[in-house]
Design a protein around this ligand. Structure first.
Ligand SMILES: CC(C)(COP(=O)(O)OP(=O)(O)OC[C@H]1O[C@@H](n2cnc3c(N)ncnc32)[C@H](O)[C@@H]1OP(=O)(O)O)[C@@H](O)C(=O)NCCC(=O)NCCS
Length: 167
């Protein structure tokens, strides 16, 4: 399978939103109520994130397989990135396309963009996202536990783990 990574076009926004929301929903990654979780709407809203960050998609034979958001520091989409860093968010691959290197190709494309911009990379991830953790570690990301954080003040036990890649 030849995987192509390219910037998302407006026609990709709705299907990529569905792939991203389905990945989180079906993998049990929405911590606050599944289909009622407020974050589901954020995951679906690709048009919103494309306004202030770079959304990339993976395709094969013009078939959409997944996507990721490459966020410069200073963007409203940035949760962690400091000056000199870019951030990776909302990585997701459709269930049918998993286990073939699509996720790795999307993250690798972010590494290449960060390298070209002279930035390091940072991302945060849920403790249960173990497939993603292995992928990040294969590409050289390391844990930065001092940057772990709790995004929901009402749920202090909900922790996001931080990974960094110094470039
Ligand atoms: C994390 C996620 C994006 C990975 O997508 P993916 O396309 O399956 O990722 P890859 O194919 O690059 O890697 C997955 C596995 O397939 C293996 N693989 C990659 N190419 C392969 C190939 N050609 N043949 C066999 N196995 C292969 C990898 O070694 C990896 O194995 P591991 O799980 O034992 O470490 C996907 O599981 C997902 O959408 N998860 C839900 C959302 C999520 O957790 N996002 C992370 C946010 S921080």
């Amino acid at each position: 399978m030849d995987i192509l990574i390219r910037p998302a076009e407006p026609t990709d926004y709705a299907p990529l939103g569905d792939i991203t929301a389905d990945a989180y929903l079906n993998d049990g990654l929405l911590a606050f109520g599944g289909e009622k979780d407020w974050y589901l709407a954020e995951l679906k809203d690709v048009a919103k994130r494309a306004e202030t960050a770079e959304v990339l998609v993976a395709t094969a034979d013009d078939h959409l397989l997944g996507g990721v958001t490459f966020v410069p520091s200073g963007s409203p989409m940035a949760e962690l990135a400091r000056p000199g860093e870019a951030e990776i968010r909302m990585l997701a691959v459709s269930h049918a396309a998993r286990g073939r290197g699509v996720g790795q190709a999307l993250v690798q494309a972010c590494v290449e963009r960060a390298t070209a911009a002279g930035k390091s990379l940072v991302l945060c991830t849920q403790p249960t996202m173990r497939t993603a953790h292995r992928l990040y570690e294969r590409l050289g990301f390391t844990r930065a536990p001092e940057r772990d954080w709790h995004p929901v003040p009402e749920a202090p036990d909900f922790t996001l783990l931080t990974y960094e890649l110094t470039l």
